[in-house]
Design a protein around this ligand. Structure first.
Ligand SMILES: Nc1nc2c(c(=O)[nH]1)N[C@@H](CN(C=O)c1ccc(C(=O)N[C@@H](CCC(=O)O)C(=O)O)cc1)CN2
Ligand SMILES: NCC(=O)N[C@@H]1O[C@H](COP(=O)([O-])[O-])[C@@H](O)[C@H]1O
Length: 209
């Protein structure tokens, strides 16, 4: 049975599409049993639908409107994912900071995130914009993309793959975003494959021990 990869999104889903395409091409040995978005009406959900992947939307706003906490949201989100029995959870542009109420539900299941910056640089949201602004000020000469493990510290988890991305003097923000996205789409697939290989090796060692 193929490893089960649950993917969390919040928007366009171009990185989700990269995973879908890699699986369809046979270059990523996995299946995606569920895509969850914290925002409705995003194109990433259409991408999942087109690929025949079940989707769920779990938005935070109804929780806050009902006086419920982010902790409750995070716990409910985790339960949706646990029910899908994932071997790997991928945050692909998932724009919600996860608390221990979520993280503690996955003591052994790997959680990875794609972040459009280098380790320790521009953690958090709007990373590409902030890198572009820093370049304009002469503070950096390049930026990058990383796939990292997800821990409580936002974007502070162990980097699994890191790739530098050039910033050119003639770049506008759109040109840099396009260059970064093209790197993301490759790096995320490689990152998922790497973690799944690590997990398979762990299982093999534990059964042969
Ligand atoms: N505990 C962790 N949660 C998340 C991580 C992580 O490493 N540890 N990675 C992020 C992804 N991310 C950057 O890669 C990121 C996403 C969102 C935010 C943020 O400020 N979110 C706000 C809401 C912003 C919005 O709705 O537009 C929030 O959650 O209040 C920062 C970093 C995913 N989660
Ligand atoms: N902090 C996380 C973060 O900024 N993630 C970024 O959101 C975008 C999602 O694009 P997509 O919806 O087309 O995959 C990507 O650029 C990804 O790096």
């Amino acid at each position: 049975m193929a490893p089960r990869v649950v993917v969390l999104i919040s928007g366009t889903g171009s990185n989700l599409q990269a995973l879908i395409d890699a699986i369809a091409a046979g270059s990523l040995k996995a299946e995606i049993p569920l895509v969850i978005s914290n925002r409705s009406k995003v194109f990433g959900l259409e991408r999942a639908d087109k690929a025949g992947i079940p989707t769920k939307v779990l938005a935070l706003k109804p929780y806050t409107t009902a006086g419920k906490s982010r902790t409750q949201y995070d716990a409910d989100l985790a339960q949706l994912i646990v029910a899908a029995k994932p071997d790997l959870v991928v945050l692909a542009g998932f724009m919600h900071i996860l608390s221990p109420a979520f993280l503690d539900q996955f003591p052994t299941t790997p959680l990875i995130n794609l972040h459009p910056a280098l380790p320790g640089q521009f953690d958090g949201a709007r990373a590409i914009e902030r890198a572009f602004e820093a370049y304009q000020k002469g503070e950096i000469k390049h930026t990058g993309v990383m796939v990292h493990r997800v821990i409580q510290e936002v974007d502070g988890g162990e980097p699994l793959l890191v790739e530098q991305v050039e910033i050119k003097p003639e770049d506008d923000l759109a040109a840099l975003q396009e260059r970064i996205h093209s790197v993301e789409h490759v790096l995320l697939v490689r990152g998922a494959a790497l973690v799944l290989e690590q997990e398979a090796a762990k299982k093999s060692n534990s059964t042969s021990a």
